[in-house]
Design a protein around this ligand. Structure first.
Ligand code: GLU
Length: 469
């Protein structure tokens, strides 16, 4: 039997990191089993779906390493409406489903405080189809439904506690629960690896598989992803969109490594591991069923480690989208003609060890490409205290006299200027740094001045001095 798994997102918003995690787990499982990964876009909720979300899913998957063309699909659930209806009809004809026109209020009026869902009122009334009549699945009165779940063992559900649930609405349209099963059947899915949120649906879905006469798949419900307050990650409250992380400058390799650690760990005492090791070592059965904490701080640190491990040329290439702007990344504050790739290459190794996400490259190097630095007024107020004017005067004079404009000479010169005033180097640097870069923190100062050059450095120091009069 060829293993066939599927990833079945609904295109109703940005691509959720939890979805990306499930997609990767499906992807690896298929690869390990010599199986097939199917992508199905569950687009039947016409009111909430938008084509651009589908494109977003495809490009986000591509980014994370599930490349277009390397899987089966995408299939679109909406193209299978005929199959969904036919299955509903088959269930009705086989006596496994019946029509019912009760409203919730009707049921509540009958059952009062005993209300526990639908009471089976129309089970044996033999109602035919008609406008406003929903089709309900006749669940077995006895026995249990045992779900075989690679992560959770065998969750068992008592059939008598499962209400006769709706499979097609009053207007005849099949509900998601049924469409999802019929599609999995049509596509020959053998393993359903999906988020824990769907577990409550699983016994109902398995009953549908049985009733339709097909062996149900093996299930694996991967843990819900939560924030630091142990709340399920929500798109209204938390940063959940994979695209947002991508555009902020997380590396795809770091992101997918981190996502795979949600509920699982590779062997040994390590977390940062090559993708090939993850593909080899990952075991669905080892996934911890408890909620997995998506720790953004840890991810950031992780990404910093990945950035530092890049060969410098690759780091430079990876920074390009932030140095130029793209359709989703805002352009930098300088004009394209102001950018100097040699100057960038000179400071890139210094930046590489200091930034955690690639977008941070921009505030670290903008002083090199802008005619005037962007002065952060808070930084200015902090650095330009008493004595700053005198220090700048002395620094300007000493820098003007420098024979060789290199980081080492600049450093020893400013050190001497500071010492004459009883200032340690750190204190002496502050006004110079703010005058030249506009900020209190950034790349090592003297290397920055060396790359910026004598003329531009002196111009900025003089301009700051004028401002202090
Ligand atoms: N379309 C569903 C979702 O996005 C997935 C259902 C499934 O994986 O079975 O949550």
């Amino acid at each position: 039997m060829t293993v066939r798994v599927r990833f079945a997102p609904s295109p109703t918003g940005m691509f959720h990191v939890g979805g990306a995690r499930s997609a990767l787990q499906n992807w690896i499982y298929a690869k390990q089993q010599g199986g097939v990964f199917v992508l199905r876009i569950e687009d039947t909720d016409a009111a909430r779906n938008k084509p651009e979300w589908t494109e977003g899913i495809l490009s986000a998957l591509d980014w994370i390493g599930i490349a277009r063309g390397s899987y089966e699909g995408p299939y679109f659930q909406s193209s299978y409406a005929g199959e969904h209806r036919a299955a509903a009809q088959r269930l009705h004809e086989g006596g496994r489903a019946y029509y019912c026109d009760c409203t919730r209020e009707d049921v509540q009026a009958r059952t009062g405080s005993q209300y526990q869902g639908y009471d089976g009122y129309h089970r044996d009334k033999g109602l035919g189809p008609g406008e406003g009549r929903a089709l309900r699945f006749r669940t077995p009165d006895e026995g249990e439904t045992v779900v075989v779940d690679l992560i959770r063992g065998e969750p068992t559900f008592e059939n008598k506690l499962i209400e006769d649930f709706v499979i097609a609405r009053g207007d005849g349209s099949p509900v998601f629960l049924l469409a999802n099963v019929v599609d999995d059947m049509t596509m020959g899915i053998t393993h359903v690896i999906r988020a824990e949120e769907h577990l409550p649906n699983t016994p109902k879905q398995q009953l549908l598989w049985d009733a339709l006469g097909v062996k149900p798949p093996v299930w694996a419900h991967v843990p819900v992803v939560v924030n630091e307050k142990r709340q399920k990650l929500s798109k209204r409250r938390d940063k959940v969109a994979l695209e947002a992380y991508r555009d902020e400058g997380y590396l795809a390799e770091a992101m997918r490594n981190y996502l795979m650690l949600l509920g699982w760990a590779p062997s040994g005492d390590r977390e940062i591991v090559p993708w090939s090791v993850i593909e080899e070592e990952f075991r669905l059965a080892e996934v911890n069923p408890s909620p997995a904490f998506f720790d953004e701080k840890k991810l950031r640190a992780f990404n910093g480690d990945y950035i530092r491990a890049l060969p410098v040329e690759e780091f430079i290439a990876s920074c390009q989208p932030w140095l130029t702007g793209t359709d989703t990344i805002a352009p930098p504050p300088w004009q394209p003609a102001e950018f100097d790739s040699a100057a960038f290459a000179a400071v890139a190794p210094l930046a590489q060890t200091r930034i955690a996400v690639l977008s941070e490259i921009v505030p670290n190097v903008d002083f090199l490409f802008l005619a005037d630095p962007l002065i952060d007024e808070g930084a200015w107020a902090k650095a330009m205290k008493e004595g700053a004017a005198d220090l700048l005067d002395a620094a300007i004079a000493a820098f003007e006299a420098l024979e060789s404009w290199d980081a080492e000479s600049l450093k020893s010169t400013l050190e001497a200027v500071g010492a004459e005033r009883g200032l340690k180097l750190g204190k002496a640097q502050a006004p110079v740094r703010v005058a030249v870069t506009g900020r209190t923190v950034g790349l090592p100062l003297f290397e920055s001045l060396e790359v910026l050059g004598r003329d531009r450095t002196l111009t900025r120091l003089r301009a700051a001095r004028v401002r202090l009069f």
